[in-house]
Design a protein around this ligand. Sequence first.
Ligand code: NAX
Ligand code: K
Length: 466
Amino acid sequence: MRGLWTTERVKAAEERVMARVPEGALMRRAAFGVATVALEVLAGRRRVGLLVGAGNNGGDALWAGYFLRRRGVAVSAVLLNPAKAHAAGLAAFRRVGGRVVERLTGVDLVIDGIVGLSARGPLRPDAAEHVAHLDAPVLSVDLPSGVDPDTGAVRGPHVRPAVTVTFGCLKPVHALADCGEVRLVDIGLTPELAGPDLLELEVSDVGAAWPVPGPTDDKYTQGVTGIAAGSATYPGAAVLATGAALLATSGMVRYAGAAAEGVRARWPEAICTGTITDAGRVQSWVVGPGLGTGLGAEAVLRSVLEVGVPVCADADAITMLANNPDLWDARDPDTPLVLTPHDREYERLAGEVGDDRVAAAKRAADKFAAVVLLKGHTTVIASPDGRVLVNRARSSWAATAGSGDVLSGLIGALLAAGLDPLLAAGCAARVHVLAAELAADGAPIPATSLLAAVPDAIRAVRPLTA
Ligand SMILES: NC(=O)C1=CN([C@@H]2O[C@H](COP(=O)(O)OP(=O)(O)OC[C@H]3O[C@@H](n4cnc5c(N)ncnc54)[C@H](O)[C@@H]3O)[C@@H](O)[C@H]2O)[C@@H](O)CC1
Ligand SMILES: [K+]
């Protein structure tokens, strides 16, 4: 797992490191890392431009310019606030023949040292003007200027880098916004950092957690997933969610609802019944996709919540919980619940999402004592125990009708297999976007194709030796 730390924590850790190293040492180490990556990106080309702001982020850029000059690179710099440019960095830059210019022209790479960890809000007009006219790839120092370091929110003009070089540890922006390729330079911060604020699952974590049958397993020991989804009007949601649960693990899947006939026709291996009471024992329920929000659907949701097994509540189940808070009474608060809202469903449940998606997910997790998976290009998953996972997709091919039904089926199967609910949601989200990428391969896909790629996605995350 990769950790990400908020700016407040990073700054406190930096202060502790700075107290025991010579003045300027940390900045030079950071800047040397920037220069090293810049040389790699330049791949033999030799003209670099710096955009230098008023803070230490600009200082990093000037020192990087100094190191690049010493390697024979032609470096010019625009000082956005000449009076406040980092004095030692500027002096060093000038000493080795760095040029201060009014505008960057004819460069092969731009280093964005406009603002870093201390800035909030979009680029100011003068910086935005320079950025708008760039025609070379950009390397951002620490983070793309104009993007919020803690929330990744973009509220106006900002930098879109090809690569971001950050220092000491990853910050939330690196998982929540587009930073291009992210490179981490060690500046000795690790010993000063306690547990991270956010976590990102790596492929190996997902592979290690994914349930695999052992020699003593049978169809029951791997978990039976119940699917309470679909309706006469929307049988498709039931077919997709049931299929996802079937493909996720080797456990059994029971379907209960009005779409039994359609589900049976597509998935003969699923045990299909008309009602929850006839469904038999399960180790988890998925409830909501295509279920409708009428009185019958409410009764289904209430029965599922009363069973006392982990539940993944999606789509119409979320709307019903939002519209009729009495339904919460059916739930035993100790039984794991995973809610999977998109922004509009979140709004119905817990008010506006706002710019800070991590805070929003945490708020709802707290309020409902549930794992909340807030869907988006970056999926944020918050647990009521305070842990937060983020999962950034590399593409948006999963944003298609029916895709959410597949996700809830995957989560349900992992819950039935006994995974920790946060991990179940995180692993499912990761395999889901990977399946979308594999299926799409550069062209739009329907959810059935995403579903069909789930086995390939699982193969791709599983360790080769297992
Ligand atoms: N503190 C440390 O130990 C280290 C800091 N480093 C660098 O220092 C950076 C943080 O430096 P600072 O705290 O000086 O802050 P920044 O470099 O983020 O800049 C803050 C300055 O930008 C101005 N500003 C704020 N919002 C703005 C906006 N939207 N548009 C334009 N200007 C804006 C403010 O007036 C302030 O002067 C890090 O991101 C990193 O690049 C590195 O050198 C590593 C070590
Ligand atoms: K920057």
